[in-house]
Design a protein around this ligand. Structure first.
Ligand SMILES: Nc1ncnc2c1ncn2[C@@H]1O[C@H](COP(=O)(O)OP(=O)(O)OP(=O)(O)O)[C@@H](O)[C@H]1O
Length: 325
């Protein structure tokens, strides 16, 4: 079972909307667009996105460079106004939700004063939110206690991201937005960051994160929203998105003593097979009915060492966007 499936059953706490009615909705974008005026003319960064995120969901916002992720996130946080369309966060405007600490973010750029120490930074932001009693907890949760006296300018990229994560947790937001939170981190720092995030999300917080890293969506989000050129290309369970790249691949080793041509012809003749490839004696059959391919390989063709693999999210991404990462 994939990590994504493991997290598909996170609790979905019911929240109260501004109207006082029960609502399990954390975020709603209705036909949201954003056009920037540039010297070259108008540039549509976000082109009519509809999105609803329920309380307790973990959603990956996946897209190539320039897809419109940051622009969409800025609008969710009330940092930029949409050119058209509406956004609500727990039934409120984004700015109102930020003011009461219901939504907060770890953003890609800015936000830290380089001359303050880590502890001074956390204390200053805690004072703003009236959250001094949460300082110890968030520092512990984001694993920055050992950095207390270090100046921000002396912290590594990964440490600065953890500090930003701590600041974002201070208001105890119900919705946490992360814009490429692990950019600039090495593999082990990235893994540690996601482990911390995972623990936090298991407690029921709603999380939406933008990423370039397909494996982060795959490992962490039960739902992925794929965007390209400002438009939504796909939205669904991450595991299902992978399937959109095409069927599974059944691979096995053909008996060495027989010429493979007949076996290859028989495999190609199976219904809904899209590709058959041979590498030495190892044959790979891709198609929508990997069970039929597996049966033929094992029973009729005497093949061994059967392996069935699902397509990667990267394959889905390339199939849907036609772009290279
Ligand atoms: N303030 C701005 N003025 C003009 N154009 C902008 C502005 N902000 C973003 N854009 C343009 O809008 C498009 C979307 O950019 P955005 O930063 O939202 O994409 P992104 O998916 O976050 O990309 P990346 O992964 O590289 O951060 C890009 O073409 C970008 O150049």
């Amino acid at each position: 079972m994939s990590q994504a499936n493991k997290h598909q059953t996170l609790p979905h706490p019911v929240s109260m909307g501004a109207s006082g009615q029960e609502s399990a909705q954390a975020l709603r974008l209705r036909n949201v667009s954003k056009t920037f005026n540039t010297p070259e003319g108008p540039l549509q960064a976000v082109a009519g996105i509809d999105l609803e995120v329920g309380s307790g969901e973990i959603v990956a916002f996946l897209g190539p460079n320039g897809a419109g992720k940051t622009t969409a996130i800025d609008m969710m946080l009330g940092l930029t106004q949409p050119s058209s369309g509406t956004i609500s966060v727990f039934g409120k405007s984004p700015r109102a939700a930020v003011e009461v600490g219901e939504i907060s973010a770890v953003l890609q750029t800015g936000g830290l004063l380089r001359d303050l120490t880590v502890h001074e930074t956390v204390r200053a932001i805690a004072a703003l939110h009236g959250a001094k009693d949460r300082i110890d907890e968030v520092m512990q949760r984001t694993d920055i206690q050992s950095l207390t006296k270090r100046k921000v300018s002396k912290c590594s990229g990964g440490e600065q991201q953890r500090l930003k994560f701590a600041l974002a947790l201070l208001p105890d937001p119900r919705l946490l937005i992360l814009d490429e939170p692990t950019a600039g981190m090495d593999v082990s720092a990235r893994r540690a960051f996601w482990e911390t995030m995972r623990q936090d999300a298991l407690a029921g917080r709603t999380v939406l994160f933008a990423t370039h890293y397909l494996e982060e969506a795959q490992d962490f989000a039960e739902r992925t929203v794929l965007i390209g050129a400002g438009k939504m290309l796909a939205d669904g369970p991450t595991a299902q998105l992978r399937e959109m790249a095409g069927g599974r691949t059944a691979s096995a080793t053909l008996p060495a003593h027989e010429p493979p041509e007949e076996a290859l012809a028989a495999l190609r003749a199976l219904p809904r097979v899209t590709a058959v490839a041979l590498n030495g004696h190892r044959v790979s059959v891709t198609g929508e009915d990997s069970d039929a391919a597996a049966r033929m390989l094992l029973t009729e063709l005497g093949a061994t060492d059967l392996e069935i693999t699902a397509p990667t999210l990267e394959a889905a991404f390339l199939a849907l966007t036609g772009e290279k990462q």
